[in-house]
Design a binder for this molecule. Structure first.
Ligand code: ZN
Ligand code: ZN
Length: 337
């Protein structure tokens, strides 16, 4: 099979490597589409501490190609559309045991991040991947691969929105109108909120309004305080502003990682006296993944307006450059030709 191998920052090659053979409890998935995440861009730029060589891509989907000897073909029919729950959690630490496998204690040792003996990475930038059958989530035949590629990013937003506990009639402020910001807009609308987007780019504000966002404003003019504030930007100064824009009794969600991660000064006296909740959200649980599959599979959420461009995987160089531009939405690789 062909795979996109990142040898070191900025240096990739599309190579022919052996197609993995599924072990007894595994399924071979033929990858059709694979979204490029900001984390793949950071790997490419050398901003993450992951080991090389690496096959990135954790926003992939495809069809079941072949089953390991112990996998039940009634549960996992060949030809069925599917995605993998990509978080490589240990299933045995106390956080995994209480359903928070997205913050598994042993994640740092996962080969998806570090592999001194060979390839690291989630493996989604390749024509095939062998995954444990129990990690697969199935899609109905009516699902299409462009939408299915949004499963992982949407699952992260499901985790964020579920933790924020939006009530009917709340004002929700989403800071940042990129792909993740607009997914927050879409899910918050489903929760019965009035949704306000803070975003400097006019085009992005327009897109948000077209997607059903109630109000879209330039950050310089923002005066709305909100019951729930989602910060989807990596900028420390914006995190500080997000806390200040949270109403008494409200929730501020630190959805994005902070880059560079410089500490933010917070008026904790106000957090106390106004009973604000500052919380974080990272990755997604298997339950969040299942919810994302249902949202996309039942067409409750349509992420297609958030597709910037679909590239054949052979054009990875052009694709990653497009994904790295700050003004673009989701870039997807197509492996199906
Ligand atoms: Zn991602
Ligand atoms: Zn664990």
């Amino acid at each position: 099979m062909k795979a996109i191998i990142l040898k070191k920052p900025g240096d990739f090659a599309i190579e022919e490597i052996p197609t993995p053979q599924p072990k007894a409890d595994e399924v071979l998935l033929r990858i059709i589409t694979s979204g490029i995440c900001v984390n793949d861009v950071r790997d490419f730029k050398g901003e993450n501490k992951h080991s090389f060589p690496r096959i990135g891509g954790h926003e992939f989907c495809g069809v079941i190609e072949k089953l390991g000897s112990e996998v039940d073909p009634k549960k996992f029919p060949v030809g069925q559309k599917a995605v993998q729950y990509v978080i490589d959690s240990c299933r045995t630490c106390y956080l995994c045991r209480r359903g928070e496998e997205n913050i598994c204690l042993n994640m740092a040792h996962s080969k998806t991040l570090q592999n001194p003996d060979g390839l690291s990475g989630y493996g989604g930038f390749a024509e095939f991947i062998a995954v444990k059958a129990e990690e697969l989530l199935l899609y109905p035949d009516s699902a299409d691969f462009e939408r299915m590629a949004f499963t992982e990013p949407l699952a992260c937003v499901v985790n964020s929105v579920n933790h924020a506990d939006i009530r009917f009639g709340d004002d929700v402020l989403v800071i940042g109108g990129g792909t993740m910001g607009l997914l927050h807009v879409l899910l918050s609308k489903k929760r019965g909120a009035r949704v306000i987007l803070s975003e400097p780019m006019k085009e992005r504000r327009k897109k948000a309004l077209n997607l059903g966002c109630d109000i879209a404003v330039d950050p310089k003019l923002i005066e709305h305080k909100a019951d729930v504030v989602f910060d989807t930007t990596p900028i420390p100064a914006v995190a500080k502003q997000a806390i200040e824009l949270t109403k008494p009794g409200g929730v501020v969600m630190m959805f994005s990682s902070i880059h560079p991660n410089t500490p933010v000064e917070v008026d904790l006296g106000k957090v106390h006296s106004l009973q604000k909740k500052i919380i974080g959200s990272v990755n997604s649980t298997a339950a969040d993944f299942q919810q994302a599959v249902l949202l996309i599979g039942k067409k409750i959420i349509d992420p297609t307006p958030l597709i910037e461009k679909i590239f054949p995987f052979e054009k990875f160089g052009e694709a990653i450059e497009t994904a790295a531009r700050p003004d673009t939405y989701k870039v997807i690789l197509n492996f199906s030709n």
